[in-house]
Design a protein around this ligand. Sequence first.
Ligand code: ADP
Ligand code: MG
Length: 672
Amino acid sequence: MTLDDPVAKIKGIGEKKAKLLSKLGIITIADLIYYLPRDYEAQGESVKIDGLKDGGVFNIMAVISGEPSLRRIKSGLNLAKFSLTDETGRVEAVFFNQPYLCKMYKAGDAVYVSGCVKRIGKSFQFTNPHIEKQGKQHTGVNPVYALTAGLTQKTMRLAVKAALESVRGQIAEIFPNEFRAEHRLSELNYSIYNVHFPENAEALAQAKRRLIFEELLLFNIALTERERRAETGAVMLSINDEEKACFLSRLEYKPTKAQCRVMSEIEADLRRDKPMNRLLQGDVGSGKTIPAFYAMKICVSSGYQCVMMAPTEVLAAQHFYNAQHILGDIGVNIELLTGSTPPAQRRTICQNIINGQTDIVFGTHAVLYDNVQFANLALVITDEQHRFGVGQRAMLETKARAPHTLIMSATPIPRSLALILYGKTDISVLDEMPPGRRPVKTFCVPEAKRRDMYDFLEKEIGKGAQVYIVCPLVEDGDVPGVRSSEHVFEEIKRRFADAALLHGRLKPQEKNDIIARFKTKKCSILVSTTVIEVGIDVPDATIMVIENAERFGLAQLHQLRGRVGRGKKTSYCFLMTEKSDNERLSILCKTNDGFKIAEEDLRLRGPGQFLGSKQSGMSDLYMANLIRDMAMLKQTKELAASMKASHPEIYAQWLSAAKTRFSRKMENTVIN
Ligand code: ADP
Ligand code: MG
């Protein structure tokens, strides 16, 4: 068996289990042995056989007495029976549908057995216990894996163990001996085995360190290779003073110092024939739209086309309307192209884009689809980058040879980390809020205080306030104790007549209508799922209520809260939750600083969750934690660069390892 074989080749893993494993991103044996435990748990109480009791979980050390027997009970079901003895007595272990065990074990083998014990008549029996040959040392801990519905820890442990056995000694070490000695790294086969089934605590620590080191090294290499970009070939874009003044005169307010700084950074980038590759970071509400529009203005003034992609239709439409207002001079043609643009209209728009009549295109990822071709695309802007996969962006970039790119993100990444992750990408930061903003007063509200909160809403609405109520994305009854938006809406309507409901099944046009009604104050409460999360801008909305707040990530809650606090009035955010002592949520009550929140979030969420594909729940980094292991992240980055220069043949080997490890995942890598 080889590492590239599909997991279904392992004995005991049928098609059904293989399918479940694929949900975790596990396709090959290599994927499986690199699917590292999320945690470890102590096994049951260790006893001699005469100490077993009915219904308990126990470990015993015993010898197999007599050949294991295999019996077919009925079609599709067979039973393996082991007889076990120690100096104090005798016990039976039965295994359903694991006939291979009879081949793996024979009379006289010394084994560990652990599992649930039942009394059968006068004697005891283990049913489907964990069985393992006795090694030199035994830690007494079991690996605990992240699972998916239908998969049990036991299945996972057996699968991993079988996979490890099947490729024992075959995992190719990618670190030469001297290199391992120099950096004090344990051998790979040993490390992998021990991280799943540790011999002892010291071996586990060693194994972890080696695997984190390797993971970060390869991760750095994958990042570096991903970010290789054209050095020249971009069109040079510039703007004259008159046009610049015209742009500024159309804004409703004076740009902040931070916005001015970012605009000149962008302007300088666009002047060069090296494609701009810039990340614009700024907390929710910091005003990222203005610099982005300025980039568009420069592009259009130079006679080229640009495109801006947003993650949702609502947001694309909002940008489109704003742009018409600010950029829609005589002669500038702006189009909106989304998944719901009617086919006939879509054909006309696409025509106009390809023949160069259209200057600016706003859209969702629908603009990516292949029949949209540009006449002379020079600038690509993506808003809220964390929603887009890298693969998608790469696809858009094929629409132009070496386009300038600007990525806007509200996900605050600590600067030191951003520098490592984004490498060659230039970073602009909007570190100043538009004037007059006040922190949003945030409270955790238990169910018992709901009535009081409604009273408060009523009072504030009377004074002209508008309210968002956000619910987790669930259907009623889906999850016990979680309120769906429909359910909440029904309740709210009884008390507040002018509430509106915005949910995912509405057509985009209907969504836009509801938002327009809310914007023009035709309704004062908007109940919704997280569709409003990104980008909606209603300055008079001053209250944000979040139902089942404990179900949201901190960064997401911060984004949601960013929908209020945009005007001059005091704004409030109510986190509805029974877990008011929740450490996570209390961070939000204490600070409005997105960077602090992100750091806390990273600290609490632990390894892996930071960079990864949300869709599959699979993350790029399984062992490493970018915050905790930042020093090693840096060290391995430098090491990779120096090895590339000094030992190209070793680097080449690492590169190919990085590609197999991260390529499938890199496509889906999202920064979140
Ligand atoms: P972001 O996309 O960074 O979350 P937006 O660009 O949507 O933020 O801006 C948030 C709000 O702040 C908008 O209502 C916008 O009109 C307003 N705004 C932006 N820049 C300024 C400024 N310099 N002065 C006052 N208000 C501003
Ligand atoms: Mg925005």
